[in-house]
Design a binder for this molecule. Structure first.
Ligand SMILES: Cc1ncc(COP(=O)(O)O)c(C=O)c1O
Length: 454
């Protein structure tokens, strides 16, 4: 069949509220043109993030009811642990309340002043946890990963030659090598199995543990099935097992590829490292059989892990992003190519060349998407990265707007609606103006800065 349908029926619905343009004008002004300041029930299609926003299945909702809330030794934990180990055969699995808690625990053990941690591209919470331990984070993605027009099939790959050189130079200060699958901060681009294995080999040659940030492991495995030679007829579950076979540990946000609204874990093979991590876990998250989670959350994750490797779901998932990207390209709305797994990244700087980067074309586009159609997206550009620690402001390498796709939440007609809103915006794009910042905090300004239209 040509049409890839949503492989589910809808059993429970949540109405979304239509608003008028006039209402949206008022709501935007009240939020100082910062989309993080909107109330989510004033948003029609919420593409702010794919994190924690998945729709649970009937089986997950049923699993919530069988969650056991015992403080220690809950059967929910053992179901969670078995589901994790079924895909990722690590010796120790420590539940955490979300991904960044797993990172904080990992770097409380491995981080510290003078240490250096390389990855393809660290996600911002990973980078922040490394830096707050006193260590430094380094991104060594292949050059194609930084080119929005490169059609390389695995733009998330690690530059293993640079990694080898990095380890030769800094080896003594490197506590571990990381890789993020898919590479969220690099546009949700996948990493090939060959590259994961090569990265593990380089890390191990230098005697370093190899840790995978596995947030979108299933999307990455499906990209391997589609794009890497020799995997077309293999089961996604087996590809996942291969992806993690050479790793010494993983961090995970279950808010992504486990269909959970909250949760995560840290998994490790090394007994001594796991013992130190467990001590920290008790201090910051909770007893090792619940971490920062309720028993019902552990059961939702256990069930979600069975569902996420379903290939009909993954085909629909990846096709949704590709479908929106293709239709935007047909409207001459430029996107980062090829489309990633969890989001479409629109190149606002290329779409709005008359708006200089320091007038925030990405923010202008994000505001226009809300004004025109009630769509919430996220600027990933000069607003997010332009403010330097010395207070100077410089243009970010790119001004993008991310349309992140919550899992199993929206249908094709929602996708068509998003494209139609872009069509209206693109028609009048020359009339669009930039924005100025009228107030900002010293750090992470994108969350709370106040804007005014120019
Ligand atoms: C690649 C990656 N790593 C880590 C995290 C952090 O996970 P959490 O939001 O659950 O703390 C995220 C969240 O977006 C992510 O995308």
């Amino acid at each position: 069949m040509r049409t890839i349908i949503e492989p589910f029926r809808i059993k429970t619905v949540e109405p979304i509220r239509m608003t008028t343009r006039q209402e949206r004008e008022r709501l935007l002004a009240a939020a100082s043109y910062n989309l993080f300041g909107l109330h989510s029930d004033d948003v029609l299609i919420d593409l702010l993030t794919d994190s924690g926003t998945s729709a649970m299945s009937a089986a997950q909702l049923a699993a919530l009811v069988s969650g056991d809330e015992s403080y220690a030794g809950s059967p929910s934990f053992f179901r969670f642990e078995a589901a994790v180990k079924n895909l990722f055969p690590f010796k120790h699995v420590l539940p955490t309340h979300q991904g960044r808690a797993a990172e904080a625990i990992l770097f409380s053990v491995l981080g510290g002043q003078g240490k250096n941690v390389p990855s393809n591209t660290h996600f911002d919470t990973t980078r922040a946890n490394i830096e707050s331990s006193g260590a430094e984070a380094f991104d060594l993605v292949i050059p194609e990963g930084l080119d929005p027009n490169s059609l390389h099939p695995f733009k998330g790959n690690m530059d293993t030659a640079r990694l080898d050189a990095f380890l030769k130079e800094h080896g003594a200060t490197v506590p571990c090598v990381m890789i993020t699958v898919t590479n969220n901060a690099g546009g949700g681009q996948p990493v090939s199995l060959e590259n994961i294995r090569a990265t593990a080999a380089v890390a191990h040659k230098h005697g370093k543990p190899f840790i995978i940030d596995g947030c979108r492991f299933a999307e990455n495995a499906y990209f391997i099935k589609l794009r890497e030679k020799g995997h077309t007829s293999r089961k996604v579950e087996d590809i996942v097992r291969d992806m993690f076979a050479d790793a010494d540990g993983m961090t995970m946000s279950a808010k992504k590829d486990a269909f959970a609204n909250i949760g995560g874990w840290l998994a490790l093979n090394d007994d001594a490292m796991a013992q130190s991590a467990r001590e920290r876990l008790i201090l910051t998250e909770g007893f090792p059989t619940y971490g920062g989670l309720a028993g019902r959350d552990l059961d939702a994750i256990a069930q979600g892990l069975k569902e996420i490797v379903d290939e009909d779901y993954l085909a629909y998932r990846l096709r949704t992003a590709a479908y929106i990207a293709e239709r935007l390209e047909a409207l001459d709305v430029p996107t980062v190519k090829p489309s990633g797994g969890h989001a479409i990244f629109v190149d606002a700087r290329a779409l709005l060349p008359h708006i200089p980067p320091l007038q925030y074309p990405g923010q202008s586009l994000a505001v226009a998407l809300y004004l025109e159609g009630g769509i919430r997206s996220c600027e990933i550009g000069t607003v997010m990265f332009g403010l330097q620690s010395d207070g100077r402001e410089i243009a970010a390498p790119m001004d993008l707007v991310r349309l992140a796709l919550p899992r199993r939440v929206y249908t094709q007609s929602h996708a068509d609606y998003v494209v139609e809103v872009f069509e209206n915006i693109a028609r009048d794009k020359r009339k669009m103006r930039g924005m100025k910042i009228v107030w900002q905090p010293p750090h992470m300004r994108h969350f709370s800065a106040k804007f005014a239209p120019l």
